[in-house]
Design a protein around this ligand. Structure first.
Ligand code: ADP
Ligand code: MG
Length: 542
């Protein structure tokens, strides 16, 4: 930039990189497509897993789009925007993350030709916005009411399909549906109340639902009962100890008599705590703080089971499962604060004892006890269960589902193409590209299953145009045929599709509108492990 034709005016700091117009756009598109390509091969039931290794050697094996994108370190700003889409999708629905990212990549890919043909990005973005709005309308039109257990289970199975969980889809799906329904309240499902407790050992099929809470702790005293039926449970956010003097003050004791008086007083007040617990009828005690050895001894003598140093969240979960109130001071507990459980039992799981608080009457917190051979298996099962819990939760709340396996995407393709011609103008071209982009989902499902993608799309389009209930036809990946997915039981919540398409459109339009990238020179990376990057971070890409 020159003022008065001589001195250059330097606006940008030295080292700043600037790319503009088409170069900036194609750059951003390439980065976004690279993110989509990174997760494409995991889409669908026949998708492959990825093994991610970070700089300190930790390994994650997963098929889950958002997990992959969270683990790899993406640097390009446009790529980061696409990663955000996966995170949003995950937060909103817990599923459909790969779909959202793949769609975003494809929308951008489709727009390249338009940019080349000098169609202004604003026009493309407008067309995309119109198409997305129409898509939501179409999806609502083809959605089906759902609330039966049968449909919920199918939704869970669909969400679990393709995750590395062995042959346990049915069993886990049943557990997920039962768990979700039992924490549902007034049509809302707080999935936080479904706890997953993992323990290495056994096989995935040993996973089961506990109508209550599991605490990974052993009783404080070996002579306490291992099993308490009809448990009356007290929860303390207080130590069962004598209060230590605040400032480490020294207590001057000069003669032996006052020494023993002092100790007796301490002992008495601890005895009084146990008396209080006995008096109100509690037979199991949990504390988030410590339990003095002497108190442990008295509790054991009274046949009361005790656990100490629980996490606050564990204490609250027991409260939700048993109806107990957490009390801040031992001497202030009353009968009303107690919770109940049919059984509290210490079970030996592998090497450790764990407390099972079960047979709770109307538990508002329950636990899936996840078993599996290794830590990696447990983690993938946990991710799969979390996705399924969220999708079933979303279905319980919204009560609408659509067919899966590419069925809605093909329907959208056809209907959006019709819509495009009714719009006219330059936006029409963008809407046509948007329609075309929808194909990427069935295309990729076929590709990942080793089925001819072109054939598959043709079969699907034929079915959608000609068959009765054609709109529900998706790809049967074992035969390559178009099949009614409500019959093949591949069913997804409407919300997952709506969210995936809306957020893919949003990020694609946002990236398209950028025509100027001004990047400050990156400061030298802080001293860290060799290979740069964050300590423990995955190797960077792009
Ligand atoms: P996402 O992260 O998007 O949920 P997934 O790997 O879970 O990615 O794949 C989801 C896609 O797989 C959806 O389009 C869904 O309809 C499809 N799908 C799931 N189960 C089946 C199946 N049994 N046959 C065909 N497609 C399936
Ligand atoms: Mg999924």
């Amino acid at each position: 930039m020159y003022a008065n034709g001589n001195q250059p005016i330097i606006v940008l700091k030295e080292g700043t990189e600037r790319t503009k117009d088409k170069e900036a756009q194609f750059n951003n598109i390439a980065a976004a497509k690279a993110v989509a390509d990174a997760v494409r091969s995991t889409l669908g039931p026949k998708g492959m897993d990825k093994m991610l290794v970070n700089t300190i050697g930790d390994v994650v094996i997963t098929n889950d789009g958002v997990t992959i994108l969270k683990e790899i370190e993406v640097q390009h700003p446009a790529a980061k925007m696409v990663v955000e889409v996966a995170k949003t999708q995950d937060n909103e629905c817990g599923d459909g993350t790969t779909t959202a990212v793949v769609l975003a990549g494809e929308l951008l890919k489709q727009s390249e030709e338009l940019i080349d043909a000098n169609i202004h990005p604003t026009v493309i973005a407008n067309g995309f916005r119109m198409a997305a709005a129409k898509a939501v309308e179409v999806l609502n039109g083809i959605a089906v009411d759902a609330s039966s257990d049968e449909i919920l289970k199918k939704v869970a199975v669909t969400s679990l399909t393709g995750k590395s969980i062995g042959d346990e889809h049915d069993r886990l799906a049943e557990i997920v549906v039962k768990a979700s329904k039992s924490v549902a309240e007034d049509g809302k499902v707080d999935t936080d109340n479904i706890r997953l407790e993992k323990k290495v050992g056994g096989v995935i099929g040993d996973t089961y639902l506990v109508e209550g809470v599991i605490i990974d702790k052993e009783a404080v005293h070996s002579r306490m009962p291992k099993k308490v039926e009809n448990a009356k449970i007290a929860l303390f956010a207080a130590a069962l100890e004598v209060k230590k003097t605040e400032f480490d003050a020294q207590i001057q004791i000069t003669d032996p008599a006052s020494m023993s008086a002092f100790l007796a007083e301490e002992e008495n007040s601890m005895k009084a705590m146990v008396e209080k617990i006995k008096e109100i009828g509690a037979n199991v005690v949990f504390s988030s703080k410590g339990i003095d050895e002497l108190v442990q001894h008295y509790l054991a003598k009274a046949g009361i089971l005790g656990y100490r140093r629980l996490k606050q969240s564990d204490l609250e979960a027991i409260g939700k499962a048993t109806g107990a109130t957490v009390v801040g001071s031992v001497m202030e507990i009353t009968k009303k604060d107690l919770g109940t459980a049919g059984l509290v039992e210490e079970k030996q799981v592998g090497e450790d004892g764990m407390a099972f608080i079960t047979k709770c009457k109307n538990p508002k917190a329950i636990t899936i006890f996840v078993r599996g051979g290794t830590e990696h298996v447990l983690e993938e099962v946990e991710r799969a269960l979390n996705d399924a819990i969220r999708t079933v939760g979303v279905t319980l709340e919204n009560k609408k589902v659509v067919a899966g396996a590419g069925a809605p995407e093909i329907e959208l393709q056809l209907r959006l193409s019709e819509y495009a011609s009714s719009v006219g103008g330059r936006e029409q071209l963008a809407i046509e590209k948007f329609a075309k982009a929808m194909e990427i989902i069935p295309w990729t499902l076929a590709e990942n299953a080793g089925i001819d993608s072109i054939d598959s799309i043709i079969k699907l389009k034929n079915a959608h145009e000609k068959k009765k209930d054609g709109k529900y036809y998706g790809l049967d990946l074992s035969t390559g045929e178009a099949v009614d997915m409500f019959k093949l039981n591949v069913i997804e919540p409407l919300k997952v599709k709506v969210q995936a398409i809306s957020s893919a459109e949003e990020v694609a339009s946002m990236i398209l509108r950028i025509d100027d990238v001004i990047a400050a020179r990156r400061s030298a990376p802080p001293a860290g492990p060799p290979g740069g990057g964050m300590p423990g971070g995955m190797p960077g890409m792009m």
